[in-house]
Design a protein around this ligand. Structure first.
Ligand code: NCD
Length: 352
């Protein structure tokens, strides 16, 4: 049984076959219309979503499968105090695949311990968003031929943007990628991502100026300042207009640079960029649908299986990240991992 918690759980061979399958689907979508007939996807969205939720639901429907779930936890038993463990045990007995988004870091990993069917992480707080990464890699590969040999600028809220964290980790598997991390100092990438980049020999510079960086880029990946992850609203106000890409600034970019954005945008890309042939963000959302169809097909291929019994732990968790799933679900088993001499939480990846 295959869970998708982090892109790097996949081998490069698996990514290449997923991408080939995606291309087959794009070429002849109707050939796949009955592939998942009789199968069901549980769509558990504890946080708002338009693209990811709709794109997974559409993907399942286009494969002939069915969908149930919620997009607002107020309409689920979670609002009555049900644990994530119980929700997952129950839903996985009905479904063939669970797609889950929550505000808690490491929640998809926690869910996978109890699930009878594959769990796909559709975003766990500010941590990871591997299926957005699949959409991003598909876009870069389709529009540029390869995700290797790339100068990529990641701009905006790099501290809280999970799509950026996932993409950085995934691009460690590709050759000769240079990162330009463009953010206000207060919204720079978290230290665990920086450690990951150092350990993996990834080339990067951290800068705050977008305009001076633009001429060097093959890809500019804009992101929204993540209002919901700020504990201090004044801090959000200080940064909300940090970067605005407009048609004027696009004149500084290479003729073949592409502009990406996981969406939703607020005002970090102005409307006058939409008509520019280099604007790839809506196409990116469309590629997301096809790669998610490929993903649903491949994870459901092996069927279901009972998870191993996980005994509840009584010891307190050592992870001090208040947004980690272990902070609110103390019964979870303690999972730590060692990364180059540093002990990290096996759920949220933060250093312990
Ligand atoms: C992103 C997310 O949810 O992290 N959106 C998405 O999945 N397409 C980006 C964001 O919310 O800013």
């Amino acid at each position: 049984m295959r869970h998708i918690i982090d892109f790097n759980d996949m081998t490069m061979d698996e990514w290449n076959s997923l991408y080939s399958l995606c291309r087959e689907i794009m070429a002849n979508p109707m050939d796949f219309r009955d592939e998942l007939r009789g199968k069901t996807m549980a769509s558990l969205f504890f946080e708002p979503s338009t693209r990811t939720n709709f794109s997974f639901q559409t993907a399942m429907l286009k494969l002939g499968g069915g969908v149930f779930g919620f997009s607002d936890p107020q309409f689920s038993s979670v609002s009555k105090g049900e644990t994530i463990k119980d929700t997952v045990i129950m839903c996985s007995s009905y479904a063939d695949v669970i797609v889950m988004r929550t505000p808690w870091e490491g929640s998809a990993k926690a869910a996978s311990l109890y699930s009878q069917c594959p769990v796909i992480n559709a975003g766990d707080g500010g941590h990871l968003h591997p299926t957005q990464t699949l959409a991003d890699l598909t876009t870069i590969t389709e529009l540029r031929g390869s995700a290797s040999n790339l100068n990529i600028g990641l701009c905006g809220d790099l501290k809280n943007g999970r799509t950026v964290h996932s993409l950085i980790k995934a691009l460690s598997r590709f050759e000769n990628v240079s990162f330009f991390l463009i953010s206000p100092r207060e919204l720079a990438i978290p230290s665990y991502v920086r450690s990951f980049m150092n350990e993996n020999g990834q080339k990067y510079v951290e800068v705050s100026n977008l305009e001076s960086t633009m001429p060097q880029l093959d890809v500019l990946y804009m992101t929204r300042i993540q209002r919901e992850r700020f504990s201090d609203p004044a801090e959000y106000e200080r940064h909300r207009h940090a970067y605005i890409l407009n048609a004027q600034k696009m004149k500084l970019a290479r003729k073949d640079m592409i502009v990406m954005h996981p969406l939703p945008r607020v005002d970090e890309i102005s409307q006058d960029v939409d008509g520019d042939p280099r604007a790839a963000y809506f196409k990116q959302a469309e590629y997301g649908l096809y790669i998610r169809m490929a993903l649903l097909l491949s994870v459901t291929r092996d069927g279901k299986g009972l998870p191993e019994f996980v005994a509840p732990e009584v010891r307190p968790h050592a992870c001090h990240n208040p947004r980690c799933i272990t902070a609110t679900n103390p019964y979870l088993p303690i999972i730590n991992k060692q990364e180059n001499g540093t002990v990290c939480c096996g759920y949220c990846d933060k250093e312990i």
